[in-house]
Design a protein around this ligand. Structure first.
Ligand SMILES: Nc1ncnc2c1ncn2[C@@H]1O[C@H](COP(=O)(O)OP(=O)(O)OP(=O)(O)O)[C@@H](O)[C@H]1O
Length: 355
């Protein structure tokens, strides 16, 4: 893993969302999102299609007004600002997009110059700045080319240069590598990491691709059904995902390895047999624990299946158990005893006795 940039201690967050909610009709696209984006960090925001990523971006950049909650850009609340007051605040946020959004009838240099022109920068200063930006993104000498003459990776480099033209405090990447092949993706991510390092620019990567986050983000936020399911340093979240949504994104479902006949009957209703997953370190021998639990709590235990999984480079054994306590009130004590003897013990659900 690369060295991740550290965040300046005590610096105010670039952006803060407090309890932000947004509904479309009866559907809650965002439900009480709290998020701080720290100065100088690369933050990954990851979620499935429909998780609320686009709505979150639109709330961050002021295109959408939340129904409730607060959005602060560099300490300034934006929800009460008029459109004209919002414009300079929005210029603090540069954006890059999946399909680049370049103007086809303008050259690379003209595309990069556009935000400067809108801001009223003089021609001489524009030319100087455009040359500097094209150089920064590795496109020196290509300013005269039109988007159609450039590869996907080169177009995204133009997109990055354009986003940086107005000297933003935050660069927001909306699936910016999703249309690129793996090698080009790697190059664009390396460029973003370099810009973060050289300019200290705060970067937020919004993506459905775990690999993008894994490659350069120091911290990751997992968005699921409009809420934050999990948040933490990228290494920790990848090595030890806590939320089911994270495990699903990583392709490790909590119930993977459980026989389908049981998985399909799982329910939340706590009657019947409790279905547990035990994660065991390589050397753990579970049998004494199981007989101890069975004797102490007088429960029937069935072993339903097992699997071996790779998490963060370590091998973790999994055991699926069916536990039928004498009374459902006994279950928390059983779970506690198992949790103390395993890497992790999780209650997946319950199945009622087969009829
Ligand atoms: N303008 C709208 N009107 C009605 N529903 C909307 C609107 N915008 C978003 N939604 C709904 O809100 C939920 C979140 O949508 P959003 O586009 O933010 O998700 P997403 O994570 O960006 O997904 P994707 O990656 O597919 O764009 C979805 O169920 C979507 O159908």
């Amino acid at each position: 893993m690369p060295d991740f940039p550290t965040t300046e201690a005590g610096a105010p967050p670039i952006l803060r969302l407090a309890n932000v909610s947004k509904r479309f009709g009866a559907h809650a696209a965002l439900a009480g999102v709290d998020l701080e984006i720290r100065r100088g960090e690369i933050l990954g925001i990851i979620g499935r299609s429909g998780a609320g990523k686009s709505t979150l971006i639109r709330c961050i950049n002021g295109l959408e007004r939340p129904d409730a909650g607060r959005v602060e850009v560099e300490g300034r609340a934006i929800e009460a600002l008029s459109d004209s007051q919002l414009r300079p605040v929005r210029r603090r946020i540069g954006m890059i997009f999946q399909h680049f959004n370049l103007l086809a009838n303008r050259t690379a240099a003209e595309n990069v110059a556009l935000p400067l022109k809108i801001a009223g920068t003089s021609r001489a200063e524009r030319e100087r700045r455009v040359a500097e930006l094209l150089d920064l993104v590795g496109l020196a000498g290509r300013g005269g080319q039109y988007p159609a003459q450039l590869s996907g990776g080169q177009k995204q480099r133009v997109g990055i240069a354009r986003a940086l033209a107005a000297d933003p405090a935050l660069l927001l990447s909306d699936e910016a590598t999703s249309a690129l092949d793996p090698e080009t993706t790697e190059q664009i991510l390396a460029l973003l990491a370099e810009i973060n390092r050289r300019l200290g620019l705060t970067i937020v990567l919004i993506t459905h691709e775990m690999d993008v986050v894994r490659r350069i983000a120091g911290r990751v936020v997992v968005l699921h059904a409009g809420a934050i399911a999990e948040e933490g340093p990228t290494g920790r979240v990848f090595a030890d995902p806590q939320a089911e949504a994270t495990r699903n994104l990583l392709g490790v479902s909590a119930a993977a390895g459980l026989p389908a006949a049981i998985r399909d009957r799982l329910q939340a209703d706590p009657s019947g047999e409790a279905i547990l997953r035990l994660d065991l370190g390589g050397a753990a021998a579970p049998m004494p624990i199981l007989s101890d639990v069975a004797i102490r709590h007088g429960v029937a235990i069935r072993i339903l299946g097992g699997a071996v999984d790779e998490i963060g480079g370590d091998t973790v054994g999994r055991l699926f158990l069916g536990v039928t306590p004498r009374a459902s009130a006994d279950l928390p004590a059983i779970l506690d005893q198992l949790a103390a003897a395993t890497l992790r013990t999780e209650l997946l659900g319950h199945v009622s006795p087969a009829r």
